[in-house]
Design a binder for this molecule. Structure first.
Ligand SMILES: C[S@@+](CC[C@H](N)C(=O)[O-])C[C@H]1O[C@@H](n2cnc3c(N)ncnc32)[C@H](O)[C@@H]1O
Length: 209
């Protein structure tokens, strides 16, 4: 289903503390650049879309820090605007490829959780290598999660779910899959809301280091 157009980026806001370009990040990795309490547990989302998860999770867990990543800059800015307008200081948006963030910056044993909700399915076989749930991310999670840290993976695409779980079973040291106990009317993301309203199934899993 096509996406509805987003409103224009709100130019009246000061994005300087909430929106960062992954391609402009510099070493050394320093969470004090983004958060007032850099020692707080850190959670990263890949593909924040319209930002419902990052917004709600940051409000629900003020003692955790959150980084949302979004490859579509307009959506990253839209998510950041939501955070700015509500004065949320424990969540920021990184615009760019979330996999690059893992590849180049996130240190070993640094993440309490990684969230992947409704990643783009890339239906055609020749495009499958573009999927976010691939071994590169799994290996990155094995490295970057703290012991006991969690990888959450939800999708509405049964084939994607089954393929990813087969890959995890064959190749990953993460424990799982576990099935989260959720109230489906309390949707975590925009895509989950749409899927539930349309009466289609959601496939949910989490894994633990
Ligand atoms: C189908 S949408 C789901 C959005 C949101 N997670 C939800 O459930 O409503 C997938 C999102 O992932 C983003 N995305 C795809 N590949 C990405 C990547 N490598 N890094 C960051 N974002 C990515 C897309 O731009 C898109 O906004």
């Amino acid at each position: 289903m096509p996406r509805r157009a987003l409103r224009h980026i709100d130019e009246s806001l000061d994005y300087s503390r909430h929106l960062f370009l992954i391609r402009e990040l510099q070493q050394p990795w320093d969470l004090a650049k983004y958060f007032s309490d850099p020692a707080a547990p850190l959670e990263v989302e890949i593909g924040s879309g319209k930002g419902q998860f990052i917004h709600d999770a940051a409000l629900a867990q003020p003692d955790h820090n959150f980084i949302g990543t979004e490859i579509a800059h307009k959506y990253a800015a839209y998510c950041a605007a939501r955070l700015i307008k509500e004065g949320i200081s424990n969540a920021v948006m990184f615009s760019g490829d979330g996999l690059q963030l893992f590849r180049e910056f996130l240190p070993e044993n640094s993440l309490a959780a990684v969230h992947v909700y409704f990643p783009d399915p890339w239906w055609k076989a020749r495009h499958r290598k573009r999927r976010v749930m691939q071994m590169e991310l799994v290996r990155a999670c094995e490295k970057c999660l703290v012991p006991g840290g969690k990888l959450h993976f939800w999708t509405d695409v049964q084939e994607y779910f089954e393929t990813a779980l087969e890959m995890m079973a064959a190749e990953s040291t993460l424990k799982g899959p576990f099935t989260p106990d959720v109230d489906p009317s309390q949707w975590r993301t925009h895509f989950e809301k749409r899927t539930v309203i349309e009466g289609r199934p959601v496939f949910r899993s989490w894994f633990e280091k």
